[in-house]
Design a binder for this molecule. Structure first.
Ligand SMILES: [Zn+2]
Length: 152
């Protein structure tokens, strides 16, 4: 079996498009991606999942096969639909919002997408809205997403 293809070098600025191989979405890769910029946060999550009674009970049910199929355990962390599960009242909620917002002060849409792709907790969207709206830097410098008004 032979292949007929050409390898083409693209210098950095021209090499922007991602291919299908770089878009794998399995949970292990997601955890690896999260653990790279914020290893302390991931360790805090793992710690909470191992020491909080409610989460210990949940993980035991998952391991025993008593939960529906979208619950998984990965490296002592509870995943729900391939996202890290967080208790809504956990102090980690604020840490996560801070980790995802405070460096770039992104707006609601990007923040929502980023956090929703990595985490799940009840009320996540409203927490994102509250956090971003309360950020004074975001309020002062947010870009106007409306098209410029035309000539009247
Ligand atoms: Zn901000």
């Amino acid at each position: 079996m032979g292949f007929n293809f050409a390898v083409e070098h693209k210098p950095g600025p021209l090499n922007r498009a991602t291919d299908a191989l770089t878009r794998r979405s399995d949970a292990a890769l997601q955890l690896a991606a999260i653990s790279h910029p914020t290893p302390l946060l991931l360790e805090a999550i793992r710690q909470e999942h191992q020491t909080t009674v409610e989460l210990q009970q949940l993980s035991q049910k998952i391991i025993a096969g008593q939960m529906m199929s979208h619950w998984f355990m990965l490296d002592h962390i509870i995943l729900y639909k391939r996202r890290i599960y967080i208790l809504p009242a956990s102090p980690l909620v604020l840490q996560i919002l801070s980790a995802y917002h405070d460096s770039a002060h992104e707006g609601l849409q990007k923040m929502g997408q980023w956090i929703c792709s990595d985490f799940y907790w009840a009320g996540l969207r409203s927490h994102v809205v509250e956090y971003v709206v309360a950020c004074l830097i975001y309020q002062c410098y947010k870009a106007d997403h409306l098209s410029p008004a035309g000539v009247l």
